[in-house]
Design a protein around this ligand. Sequence first.
Ligand code: BG6
Length: 797
Amino acid sequence: MKHPGFWKMLTVAVCMALLGCLQAQEHQGHVSIILLGATGDLAKKYLWQGLFQLYLDEAGKGHSFSFHGSALTTTEKGQEFMAKVLESLSCPKDVALPRCAELKDQFQQLSQYRHLKTSEDYLALNKDIEARVQREGLWEAGRIFYFSVPPFAYADIARNINSSCRPGPGAWLRVVLEKPFGHDLLSAQQLATELGSFFQEEEMYRVDHYLGKQAVAQILPFRDQNRKFLDGLWNRHHVERVEIIMKETVDAEGRTSFYEKYGVIRDILQNHLTEILTLVAMELPHNVSSWEAVLLHKLQAFQALRGLQKGSAVLGQYQAYSKQVRRELQKPDSFHSLTPTFAGILAHMDNLRWEGVPFILMSGKALDERVGYVRILFKNRAYCAQSEKHWVTDQSQCLPCQIIFYIGHGELGSPAVLVSRNLFRPSLPSKSWKEVEGQPGLRLFGRPLSDYYVYSPVREQDAYSILISHIFHRRKGSFITTENLLASWVFWTPLLDSLVHEVPRIYPGGAENGHLLDFEFSGNQLSFSQQQLEQLVPGPGSVPKPSDFQVLRAKYRESPLISAWPEELIAKLANDIEATAVQAVRRFGKFHLALSGGSSPIDLFQQLAMGHYGFPWAHTHLWLVDERCVPLWDPESNFQGLQAHLLQHVRVPYYNIHPMPVHLHQRLCAEEDQGAQTYAEEISALVTNSSFDLVLLGMGPDGHTASLFPQSPTGLDGEQLVVLTKSPFRPYDRMSLSLPLINRARKVAVLVMGRMKREITTLVSRVGYEPKKWPISGVLPASGQLVWYMDYEAFLG
Ligand code: BG6
């Protein structure tokens, strides 16, 4: 009779042996790495060195490798180039010289150049790899194709790999892609769809090399390992602001054909800085090493990002840029580029953790220094009664509290994590990060280095080497998935579109920039701190400033017309609304304001939200002029626009907010639900004589106003105060105040902005009372006042 534990032990032994076999088999796997664009700049500067590092790290562990450099140059030239690059490879300091020479020699033997262009070339490569694996008695583990080529070449290469060079069953394929991944949301979607037709998501590794920078890669682990300190601190109650910065001294010379198409926002902010932003802002997953969890939380962070407005950005362009473009792209002397080479952006997250905390993203070429960092500056609520000389550095609560992930370069010259000593002593993985003494006399972010705990990597490694290793080990968390990429473009594209015609501020470059590029923020708006008194060179477009013009007062359809540049117009309207509100509250104790949706009033809402502290919000009732039949939380909902741009910033009592009841009994604008009647009753009950103090209207290019459209008689006359209507545009179903109700108002303001309104403005100026054709022409308050607010583009064209 065997001992009862015998069978258990036997099972364990068999399993161990099997596992051993499997591991041994794994160890024999052959990996082929094909570097496309092997003679390019990136390959020369980083990729070959990264591949060599991979070989140094992995070759001793049982895998076998072959490296194939390919480009479109002839075999002879390619070989010559590769020989030179391979000769210049270096080993880390801890590898002895003779050993290094030996390893380099092995690496050179395993690397060869090959011309890859046609599908036959890819077939031949496939055959060669298979033959070699067979000949050497190996089995194939996988293939890595590194695309270090411009994106226009992606499709052809992808097609060829997919049809002629996929490894056989059981072996993996990984394709590595370099940015740019599109130019805006649409092009990124197209590129993603195209690549998705050749590769599985699992097979694609989109590189953002900033995710390989040691300080950036440390953000999540740092947050994870220091949870006990950070849990209470990493939020809007404690964080004053976050700065995510990447400054460069180089300019775009030699790269203008690329740069002209992209500019600094697409080149740096949309990818590198946004990735960092999500790492700082995301909710920390329980398991930070699960890339799926990290991705999920990243996507949630994108969701919480508030949309950017034109005013969220300041743009600059270094003075020599246009000249470089003219020279490199053979443009005429008259050509001036509008491409920004400098951008500062103010972002906000609309979630409970970060609400109200400014996230500043900034990058530029031709600046005074090369440096990258993320700085989290904490609020300081302490007051120290003793004089400064009695403050002991690591105890004083009066010194600034900050955490900095120092990406590299700058005064420190290397990556680091800095934590103010008056915060806490951080914990970092001791194998890879060590605490260091700062150079005496060095100051960073306003404090001597001795004010911080400073940690730097034990072994400084280049981002590409790290990422290549992560590709090999399938650590997908360091790469950009399709969802992640598209989420970023969703965030950036509207801003990019709105800035197309924006004239950047010209700066001389380098130290001479002085304070020219300093900027400051207030509310959602960012602006340069210094007024630009004179252009250093004639700017790309010397556009007259709004303040060069007076507000124009005239008549339109026999009613007062106020016309100005958009900013002034909005400011004037906001002031007029406030004055009306103050007056109404003084006389009646309350102010009934009915607001329209759409894009024109957004700036007005923001202006009211941010710049009108005397507004009697506590006594204001807010009504909707019209609504789309969608749930109130739908981005298309007018109420949603009001909520996003006004309500969340001001203190209107809940019971004074009157959204239109378009979503009753879980359906939208059903006649039987009598939403329109309910709203009418609410108005009759609360608004004396159903006469609003102020109704804000817009005018559509077809002459519609509120949701009263041409050719649809509903709501133009009769008894009904609120009606259901049909729009010729999506969403078709609407609820609207009727013309008779609008015309009972004490005051009606019609806001008309933008060139697109030019034609209708002219037309409506000539027509009489014809609400069936142009509902706006029926706006004639019976005893109230009508005022038109038009910007110059709408009024003068
Ligand atoms: C690249 C940009 O992504 O990053 C370049 O295209 C920029 O314009 C470069 O110079 C900066 O990278 P690093 O690693 O030098 O900070």
